[in-house]
Write a protein that binds this ligand. Sequence first.
Ligand code: SF4
Length: 451
Amino acid sequence: MPISRTDNEVNTRVPRSSPYWYAAAAPAVELPAGQVLVADEVRLPDGRVIACPAAPMVAGAIGAAGHPVVTGPVRLLTEAADSGFDAAVARTPVSAYASGEAPDAQSPGGVAVMVAAPDTWLRPAVGAVVDSWARVMRPRTVLLASPRSFCAGVERAIDVVEALLEQHAPGGRRVFVRKQIVHNTRVIAGLAERGAVFVEELDEIPAGSLVVFSAHGVSPQVRAEAERRNLQVVDATCPLVTKVHAEARRFAERGNSIVLIGHAGHEEVEGTYGEAPDATVVVGGPQDIDGLDPPDPSKITYLTQTTLAVDETRATIAALKKRFPEARGPGSEDICYATTNRQHAVGAITEQADLVLVLGSANSSNSVRLVELARTAGTPAHLIEDPSHIRPDWLRDVATVGLSAGASAPHALVQETLSALGGLGPLTVRERVTTTEDTYFAPPAAVRKNR
Ligand code: SF4
């Protein structure tokens, strides 16, 4: 559940008690009854401000417990004002201020939570969540995998939609995008907010409209449908996916059977399969090889989805070659450089990390593979959309967190996650660079021309 932020400033009067305070929310609070507010900053009476960067994580856990929650600023009042109900639970460094010690407005750390309603049943429930965060406050190290986050294909696809929005939105022309342009919730929400209209299929689009094909590629059948509907197509398919499509066509024309290693139902696999459906069979792993029945076992070519786990794919290819020794692959690897590099980078941090967090959406194949890779190596790992998905029990006894982001996850999410983890105590960030990337894909001609 995405956590929203309010700019309403909530006033509180804070009686001194330790380790928690229960403060009174001023009647002017503009939050609906039952609403929980997690402070992302606490404004002190003398004007200083204490950041509470852990707020997104705390709010996420409260939201996951079923309580409506937002983040926002809280102002502490000095004068007495008894509004009659308990409302806040606060933790260091705010509590240091209460006990008379000088608060350090620069220091990270601090969890402050307010319940802006006289729901006495709610306070213990929220307090329990805050307690669970308080228990995992400690100094930590983050091992940052590099490379991580956006690849060249994702950058190009997002650039395409942004460029078209710049060109067409002011004139009122809608920019449709078939499927998610890349598999990331934050990216999609950002583009939708700017006016992009995401659809599942082309029949949802009025004839003659402008439509972008996503980075994962489409089958020739979809292209034909676009032509029938007289749509103006801008193709944001990653050039490395286009390469696999070309291989599928080439090998099928030679009369080969194509074994396409990948996840059935994934958009990229559907697109590649559609290039030669009569010659292609999709296999998910070694377990599917026994069931193959090619017309000519001497003419088999295997291709792969671009975002598979390198090691697992190797095992599938080995099983295929064991059964069909003459099976051949394409001239160069189909698993793309970005997938390979991110897997190596996660492999390099996994051994030293007590926990691995990977930023990415659940439908992002390459992100899910990074989590699997860490787990296979024996390290607990979780896929998170953003820091609000982190749970306190994951961090218990964790001194070193490995952090990466899938190829479709924005860099900003990494910064947000570092900031949030820093809210639980001093954070040392060490980047492990396994390789550097300078791949760049030029935008499609239709976009270049108009820029
Ligand atoms: Fe292209 Fe690889 Fe990025 Fe997919 S993950 S968009 S194939 S570079």
